[in-house]
Design a protein around this ligand. Structure first.
Ligand code: PEP
Length: 249
């Protein structure tokens, strides 16, 4: 089933006390919303965040995980570790992970498999770089990112996948894809899914847009028929702005 989701990716921001105060600010905001609300704090703050939101309609999700179940991978965290503290969803393939930590479609396919094997819902991120868009290759790039990382999956796996289209040129730059550009790409993504897996999976897929979504532009972007919500970076660090975006639905 397609859902409206607004997820805040806090990246490497907020120590424990900032995390606690941002969560308490979030709780002050409107409780009635037409979207599922998620926050993705850093690993060190996941447990606190999970405990602090137990009674609230806020899901705490992880920003990343390793594909191995356990072993000699210093500094890494596995799907089962996330699960053991109650986490149900993980973000995979964020462009910063791809750019700074050499994550590839191939390594991401393994991460997706590990997440799904552990019953973790995956928010799978992808998107073209500025050079791709300038060259008119954005659809080709996006199609290959999705196919390489996800199209080995059985159709039944897609109920645990959320897609997040995040054009790299719009992340943290203040430059947003226009609502039309977002809609065009989301429609193309749905068509790509339709071609490979059929209309049920394509229609049911939740596809988020990410890239400089702010209170001022959220309504117009979320108003597009194939945009089901947003993955929010910078604007998720202020409770008021984040909820203004949530309430754009
Ligand atoms: C992100 O990092 O996923 C993101 C969309 O960041 P921002 O909203 O700051 O562009």
């Amino acid at each position: 089933m397609r859902k409206n989701i607004v997820a805040g990716n806090w990246k490497m921001n907020n120590d424990l006390s900032h995390t606690a105060s941002l969560i308490s600010d979030l709780k002050e905001q409107t409780k009635t919303s037409n979207a599922e609300v998620m926050i993705a704090p850093s690993f060190t703050n996941l447990w606190h965040s999970f405990e602090a939101t137990r009674e609230d309609d806020i899901e705490v999700v992880a920003q990343n995980m390793h594909f191995a179940e356990n072993g000699a991978y210093t500094g890494e965290v596995s799907a089962s570790m996330l699960k053991s503290i109650g986490i149900k969803t993980v973000i995979l393939g964020h462009s910063e992970r791809r750019a700074y930590y050499n994550e590839t479609d191939e390594s991401l396919a393994k991460k997706v498999d590990a997440a799904l094997a552990n019953d973790l819902r995956t928010i799978f991120c992808f998107g073209e770089e500025l050079a791709d868009r300038k060259a008119g290759n954005e659809e080709q790039v996006v199609a290959s990112q999705i196919k390489n990382a996800l199209f080995h999956l059985e159709a039944s796996a897609f109920k645990n996948i959320v897609l997040a289209y995040e054009p790299v040129w719009a992340i943290g730059t203040g430059e947003t894809a226009s609502p039309e550009q977002a809609q065009d790409m989301h429609k193309f993504i749905r068509e790509t899914l339709n071609d490979a897996y059929g209309s049920q999976i394509a229609d049911d897929m939740t596809i988020l847009y990410g890239g400089s979504v702010k209170p001022v532009n959220a309504k117009e972007i979320f108003g597009k028929p194939d945009v089901d919500g947003g993955l929010i970076g910078g604007a998720s660090l202020k409770a008021e702005d984040f909820y203004a975006i949530v309430n754009a639905f």
